[in-house]
Design a protein around this ligand. Structure first.
Ligand code: MF3
Ligand code: CO
Ligand code: CO
Length: 265
């Protein structure tokens, strides 16, 4: 496996792209209310990225092999949708949980981040799933330091999810990121301590656990993109883009509105 290390110039540009991706989430937050359609959220984010930030929305027409081109500029995954939910006419309603996943390209570099949003009054179960998933992301982040292995990240996430009666989606993972949207390494959200690639300063990748309240199995909808839980249980996801530093990690997808890390028990 060849994992390119980022130099100081790469890192400076990755910081900018990461901040801009996070700022799209800050921008869209007040619009995520009962009655708004996911298509309207897509249009608002698209215009902000293109006209205000002078960025390219990386998902638009993204065409990994075996897929039709992705038709929108962001992903909106509601309730039992796991990831890659395609924005459209669906109206959000009170009680929904929705993930917005934003990837921008700025000066040739990608920043990739997602958050969960609670729409109106949500159930205790929905809020708990979002919180556990946020903790899973941060358990993974805290395993990021030189000398640790990718398996340490996966193990930390899997342990926390399963200890709370939730399951980890296996088919999608975090990924190296830089000039390319998805590059090596694959960052699995399950695994064994000490397994896999050893981390080195200058690596940059995302961690983006998809955690289901029910079983881990997924299906893909007929649109070719939207992934849902097979058992229709709720699913949540949070994502940050990280840099491995000499002493640990730097979160690249930070903005004024980035939620503070959870108190980790
Ligand atoms: N942003 C997603 C990720 O975290 C990928 C979305 S690909 C798309 O890797 F085509 F669905 F946008
Ligand atoms: Co990603
Ligand atoms: Co993403």
């Amino acid at each position: 496996m060849s994992v390119a290390l980022k130099n100081e110039e790469d890192i400076a540009r990755m910081r900018v792209a990461g901040r801009l991706a996070a700022e799209v989430l800050d921008f869209i937050t007040p619009y995520i209310r009962p009655g708004v359609t996911t298509g309207e959220l897509d249009r608002l984010c698209h215009d902000y990225m293109v006209k205000v930030q002078d960025c390219i929305p990386a998902p638009l027409n993204y065409s990994p092999s075996g897929h039709r081109p992705y038709p929108k500029s962001i992903c909106t995954s509601v309730n039992h949708q796991v990831c890659h939910g395609v924005p459209g006419d669906r109206k959000l309603k009170g009680g929904d949980i929705v993930n917005l996943d934003i990837t921008v390209i700025k000066d040739g570099y990608h920043g990739d981040t997602s958050r969960m949003f609670l729409v109106g009054e949500t159930s205790i179960a929905a809020r708990r799933l979002c919180e556990i998933t946020w903790e899973c992301l941060w358990k993974g982040i805290q395993a990021v330091k030189p000398g640790n292995h990718l398996g340490d990240i996966g193990h930390a996430i899997q342990s926390h999810a399963e200890a709370n009666g939730c399951s980890v989606v296996r088919e999608f993972c975090g990924h190296g990121i830089g000039r390319k949207f998805h590059e090596e390494p694959q960052v699995l959200h399950y695994g064994k301590v000490g397994a896999g690639l050893k981390l080195q300063p200058g690596m940059s990748f995302t961690i983006e656990p998809m955690i289901n309240a029910g079983k881990a199995a997924i299906r893909c909808l007929a649109d070719g993109w939207t992934i849902v839980t097979a058992d229709h249980s709720l699913s949540a996801q949070w994502e940050h883009t990280l840099l491995v530093t000499a002493t640990g990690f730097e979160v690249l997808t930070v903005s004024g509105g980035t939620p503070a890390p959870p108190p980790l028990r």
